[in-house]
Each structure stands twice: as structure tokens, then as C-alpha cells.
Ligand binder design. Structure first.
Ligand code: SHN
Ligand code: NAI
Length: 207
């Protein structure tokens, strides 16, 4: 496996998960953060998924897989405990679909990563199937380095960068300031406030 990493916008995309057990639960808990239109095909549901279904987080069709279930799907996840059913799901998926197969990943073309999200910061780790547990361990290590403060810090960086992009400062000045924003003291909210003020003063002086 030598997979290319990419970010996907799943807003309102049709995602069909076949199977509703423990593996489906883990994958759905990740996917639910990305506003896709999620459908689960499975005779039974894991208790956590039952709660999410009651909270109207996805639609559930309580039955065994049939080929028409995955028509027009943007992404298909084959997560039953029956490798033959999963292989059939992968083979019948629309030609252009993203396909994830829990039992035999190489039958699909898309793979989950271990994922750390801090607001706008997204860190994905993959071992290309060698050791999902190592991916998880690395995520846990990185979660201590990139702690909760990064959520607000990323919003701060986003706002400052937008300010700079629309300013009349020279390209060199913009570059220098973009680097300055990476100083570690700026993880502190009070320092962020001061820096924003400084930038605003600098930009208004240009006019
Ligand atoms: C290829 C891949 C395809 C895919 O599923 O997309 C795949 C495949 C398989 N996983 C298996 C087993 C386990 N997977 C986990 C956990 C995770 N697995 C995830 C991803 C991936 N798993 C993709 C590669 C990612 C990479 O390489 O880095 C994570 C990162 C994301 C997620 O699933 O959401 C998530 C951690 C989430 C987190 O960060 O918290 C655990 C541990 C646990 O459950 O706690 C175990 C048991 C221990 C073990 O076996 O190592 C098996 C054997 C099944 C069997 O025994 O039959 C296969 C099939 C095979 O290897 O052939
Ligand atoms: N990729 C990964 O990260 C991992 C993959 N696995 C693999 O994933 C498989 C599934 O594991 P679990 O979720 O723990 O199993 P599970 O037994 O908890 O869940 C299986 C689900 O599939 C449903 N199902 C069975 N036949 C079906 C059909 N014909 N149509 C629709 N739904 C059907 C069942 O109702 C149940 O909801 C395991 O067999 C294992 O090989 C296991 C661990 C991690």
C-alpha cells in the first residue's frame, strides 16, 4: 500500500456504511464531524450507533446488504464481519467512488488515518496498513505537543493572515510578519490580542 494523503470536503456527500458493529462505530464517529449525508445498512446496530441514530445523525436501513444500497454513493465503507460481503460491496460500488474495506483494505482505494483535530488544525497519521496501533500511539504523543490551545491559535493565525493578505504591505513585509506569527509566545491569548492590535495599527498606517 502506497496511498496518497489528501483532504476531502464531504459536505452533503452520500456516504454508505455497510455493517453497524464496532468498526463501523469507530469510523462513523470520525465521519460524523464532517457533515456528510450518512446512511447505514445493517440488520443490527452497536449501542453507541443506536444512540447516534436516535439523535438523527444518520439514516439506518435495518437489513442485509443489497447492491442498490450503494447506488450513487460518493464513499462506501464495507465494515461487516463477513469478508465475502465486504468484497461484494467493494466490487459493486460505483466506479468513481471512494471505497474503504475493513477486512481486506487492498480491495478498496481509501484508508482511514489516525486523526487529531484541533479546530482548523488537522493531523493525520498513517502507517499504510503496517500498524494502526503505532499510528494511534503517534497521535497520542502529538496530542500532548499540539494541545487544546492550538484551536484558538489557529483561528488567530487565520484572522491575521486574512488581514495581511488584504493589506497594502509589501510582499516582504507580509512574509516577515507571517513568520513572526509562529513565535511560541503567541500561543497565549493575551499575546495574540497584542499582536492583532500591532498588525491593525501597521495596516491602518498604510492608508
Ligand atoms: C489499512 C486500514 C484500513 C482502514 O480501516 O481504513 C486498517 C486495517 C485494519 N485494521 C485492523 C485492526 C485494527 N485497527 C485498529 C485501529 C484503527 N485502524 C485504523 C485504520 C486502518 N486500519 C487503516 C490503516 C491505518 C494505518 O496503517 O495507520 C485507524 C487508524 C482509524 C480508524 O479505523 O478509524 C484506527 C485507530 C484509531 C485511533 O487513532 O484511535 C486496531 C486498534 C483498536 O481497535 O484500538 C486494530 C486491532 C489491532 C491490530 O490488528 O493491529 C485490521 C485487522 C482486522 C482483523 O483482525 O481482521 C485491519 C485489516 C488488515 O490489516 O488487513
Ligand atoms: N479496519 C479496521 O480498522 C478493523 C477491521 N476489523 C475487521 O472488521 C470486521 C468487522 O468488525 P466489527 O465491527 O468488530 O464486527 P461486529 O461483529 O461488531 O459487526 C459486524 C456488523 O456487520 C453487520 N452485518 C453482518 N452481515 C451483514 C450484511 N450482509 N449486510 C449488512 N450488515 C451486515 C452486523 O449486523 C454487525 O452490525 C472484522 O471482521 C475484522 O476483520 C477489525 C478491527 C479493526
Amino acid at each position: 500500500m502506497n496511498a496518497f494523503p489528501i483532504m476531502l470536503n464531504l459536505l452533503n456527500k452520500k456516504v454508505v456504511t455497510v455493517g453497524g458493529g464496532n468498526v463501523a462505530r469507530r469510523k462513523l464517529q470520525t465521519l460524523l464531524k464532517y457533515d456528510a449525508s450518512i446512511h447505514v445498512i445493517s440488520p443490527e446496530l452497536h449501542p453507541d450507533l443506536k444512540r447516534l441514530h436516535e439523535a438523527k445523525q444518520f439514516t439506518w436501513v435495518p437489513k442485509h446488504f443489497e447492491p442498490e444500497d450503494i447506488q450513487d454513493a460518493f464513499m462506501v465503507i464495507a465494515a461487516t464481519n463477513d469478508a465475502e460481503v465486504n468484497a461484494q460491496v467493494a466490487a459493486l460500488a460505483p466506479e468513481q467512488a471512494l471505497i474503504n474495506v475493513a477486512t481486506q483494505p487492498e480491495q478498496g482505494n481509501a484508508f482511514f488515518t489516525s486523526h487529531l483535530k484541533r479546530g482548523r488544525l488537522s493531523i493525520s497519521i498513517s502507517t499504510n496498513g503496517a500498524s494502526p496501533l503505532l499510528a494511534k500511539k503517534i497521535k497520542d504523543e502529538l496530542s500532548r505537543v499540539y494541545d487544546d490551545r492550538y484551536e484558538d491559535y489557529l483561528d488567530f493565525l487565520y484572522e491575521c493572515r486574512r488581514l495581511l493578505k488584504t493589506s497594502d504591505l509589501t510582499q516582504e513585509e507580509k512574509q516577515r510578519l507571517l513568520y513572526d506569527l509562529l513565535a511560541s509566545n503567541l500561543l497565549e491569548p493575551s499575546e495574540q490580542c497584542q499582536m492583532k492590535q500591532t498588525l491593525q495599527n501597521l495596516i491602518s498606517k498604510e492608508h
